[in-house]
Design a protein around this ligand. Structure first.
Ligand code: ADP
Length: 550
């Protein structure tokens, strides 16, 4: 017997069309380089996005061609999110925080044909233009300054340079979407290479539509047309967690912070455009809450704001701090490879009434439960599947329609995929009987001491609960007797002081004595990766010659 259902391809174009017909009066707000705000209605957004698709087709974009973006979070970048796939192209977001050589390497590896770049990022582009020749560079006049266009010379390898706004103004208005299959590519992101060479993940119409539907669910982000969404996570990193697609799908008001991501700028923006939902990595929120609490009365936390936080472990202390100001943080776990939302905190009804407030906070510090359609399993070093009892830890492996099954132009690597087709995440985790995921560490960050494992994440979270500690990162340092021992790098809050013994005593009740860091170093700042996470590789390099006392 055959199903009687229509076999209609899942398509981002359908989300765009619906948004235009149902939400023409919703708004997209962008903060410009001079900090003023520019506002577009969804009706304008729709017209401009299709004008972009029309333009790309006129410029000769073929199906599957890559169009790179080097842009901050703003309306034109959102136009690329839907406009490039609408023309049959693949949007490839370049991470502007990477070293120029690395950006050039990635653009070349992806064989990007065109580039859409903010005018204020042209100096960065010039630092890697020799590594990859785009055929055409389309400049967004984000700062308002005129764009120096030129015809280009293919023989001399000189790209044509166009003004994004002038191109859009020339578009005819009539555009037919090219036919596509739901598995056709729409976007690609490279992993940021924190633990290896960057690798390209290619998302499809199908995976992106499914991810948007999942993310918006009431038990997950509960995204709706009544929301005001502030995506602080960069659109060039895991597609700002896919939320721009989902926000357009539901017609939410979207407030883009542009290049202004300092805590002060974000707090200022929240006063003018109070969000109901804000997205960011823990390091951004750590800085923001510290500034907010250091200046009582200067800013207001938007009433009822909620926030999805992930990309790195979220300290319980951070969740409690925001809660004191009426903001609920929900921790999620994911990777560039998983679209990225794969698990998110959810208050299971069966637990309501059984947990006290402290127990809820402890649960919120876990990485949530798997989202629909994402399967998770834990495999230990001997290949055995671990029990879901909250303590049995193994490598987290995932599978599902929003998970990548390989990397662009890279042979299949058994370190990244199991023989039976699951993605090996490189994270070490436990899952409890209620289905909550606890990320113990990245495989490479675990500390192996005398044959036992110590979780750097647990130590960091405990240290960051101390009132004098702004940030803490714990690394493994080679030890002649124990193989490795933990060394904690701690950044104190301005004007605060603490002694190593005091910090050790503070966290001691939560750990066995052999798990406590042997050394606590006070440093100025913890190095950050291009995506704003603690860069432990740099710390490991810094302490590579560390000598433990006898
Ligand atoms: P990278 O960190 O290399 O830039 P991704 O942005 O894809 O790459 O990050 C994926 C990784 O981030 C995961 O494998 C995991 O180690 C970490 N991560 C994401 N969310 C969480 C979380 N809630 N808790 C702990 N680690 C997390």
């Amino acid at each position: 017997m055959k199903s009687t259902m229509m076999s209609v391809a899942l398509s981002l174009n359908d989300l765009l069309e619906r948004a235009a017909s149902l939400f023409p009066q919703s708004w997209i707000v962008s903060r410009l380089p001079d900090k003023s705000l520019r506002t577009h209605s969804y009706a304008e957004y729709y017209r401009r996005t299709r004008a972009l698709a029309w333009t790309l087709a006129r410029l000769g974009l073929r199906k599957g061609d890559r169009v790179a973006t080097l842009c901050w979070n703003h309306h034109a970048h959102l136009e690329c999110y839907f406009g490039i796939p609408a023309a049959g192209g693949v949007m490839h977001t370049l991470n502007l925080r990477l070293a120029p050589d690395e950006i050039g390497w990635i653009a070349h590896h992806a064989d990007d044909r065109f580039l859409v770049v903010d005018d204020i990022l042209l100096p960065l582009y010039r630092q890697f233009e020799s590594l990859h020749r785009f055929e055409r560079v389309i400049v967004v006049p984000f700062s308002g300054a005129p764009v120096a266009t030129r015809a280009g010379d293919p023989h001399a390898g000189e790209p044509a340079v166009d003004d994004y706004e002038a191109l859009l103004a020339q578009a005819s208005g009539h555009f037919d979407y090219p036919a596509h299959d739901e598995n056709d590519p729409v976007a690609m992101c490279y992993t940021s290479g924190t633990t290896g060479k960057p690798k390209g993940v290619v998302y499809s119409h199908r995976s992106t539509v499914i991810h948007s539907l999942i993310a918006a669910m009431p038990d997950l982000i509960a995204l709706s047309g009544r929301d005001v969404v502030l995506p602080v996570t960069p659109m060039f990193h895991a597609n700002s967690w896919g939320i721009p697609y989902a926000a357009v799908m539901v017609g939410a008001r979207i407030v883009f912070p542009g290049p202004h991501l300092q805590p002060q700028d974000l707090l200022d923006l929240m006063q003018i455009e109070p969000p109901t939902l804000a997205l960011g990595v823990p390091t951004i929120w750590l800085g923001l809450i510290q500034l907010f609490e250091a200046h009582p009365g200067k800013w207001k936390m938007p009433a009822g704001m909620r926030s999805m936080v992930g990309g790195a472990a979220v300290p319980e202390a951070l969740i409690r701090s925001f809660d004191r100001h009426g903001v609920r943080l929900a921790q999620g776990w994911g990777m560039t490879e998983t679209s990225p939302l794969a698990s998110l905190f959810y208050e299971k009804p069966e637990l309501a009434g059984t947990l006290d407030q402290d127990q809820w906070f402890a649960r919120k510090a876990l990485a949530g439960v798997p989202v629909p359609l994402v399967q998770m399993r834990l495999i230990d070093e001997s290949g055995r599947q671990c029990a879901h009892d909250g303590t049995d830890v193994g490598e987290l492996q995932v599978r599902g329609p929003t998970i990548t099954g390989g990397y662009y132009a890279v042979p299949r690597d058994p370190e990244k995929f199991s023989d039976d087709g699951w993605l090996r995440t490189g994270d070490v985790a436990a899952i409890d009987a209620h289905g909550y995921l606890r990320i113990a560490d990245r495989t490479k960050d675990l500390i192996k001491s005398g044959g036992e494992w110590i979780s750097s994440v647990d130590l960091e979270n405990a240290l960051m609960a101390h009132p004098s500690v702004a940030e803490a990162a714990v690394i493994a340092v080679a030890h002649p007797k124990w193989t490795e021992r933990p060394l904690a790098c701690v950044v104190l809050k301005p004007g605060m002081s603490a002694e190593p013994d005091e910090l050790r005593a503070f966290i001691a009740p939560r750990f066995a004595s052999w798990q406590l860091p042997d050394a606590i170093e006070f440093i100025e700042a913890i190095p950050r990766t291009a995506t704003g996470k603690f860069w432990k590789l740099k710390l490991r390099e810094r302490y590579a010659r560390w000598e433990w006392p006898d």
